[in-house]
Design a protein around this ligand. Structure first.
Ligand SMILES: [Zn+2]
Length: 69
């Protein structure tokens, strides 16, 4: 039930995400209250993490996983 986290993101950024190509072109880790939100432009991956470093590590793991297919 983590889909709702996207509504906490800046509207402009969300609209740019909606126009994304569906590819893993970029990943971002944004602060949100007491945690961080990590997500990818492919629109198929996002998660919440306690630290920015962890979000970046998971983002790298996500792209490595998708590039390997
Ligand atoms: Zn992706």
């Amino acid at each position: 039930m983590s889909d709702s986290v996207l509504y906490d993101l800046p509207g402009e950024f969300v609209s740019s995400m909606a126009e994304s190509t569906g590819y893993c072109d970029a990943q971002a880790v944004l602060p949100s209250e007491d945690h961080y939100i990590a997500f990818c432009t492919c629109g198929n991956w996002h998660t919440t993490v306690p630290t920015r470093d962890e979000g970046l590590a998971l983002a790298r793991a996500h792209t490595a996983e998708t590039e390997g297919k």
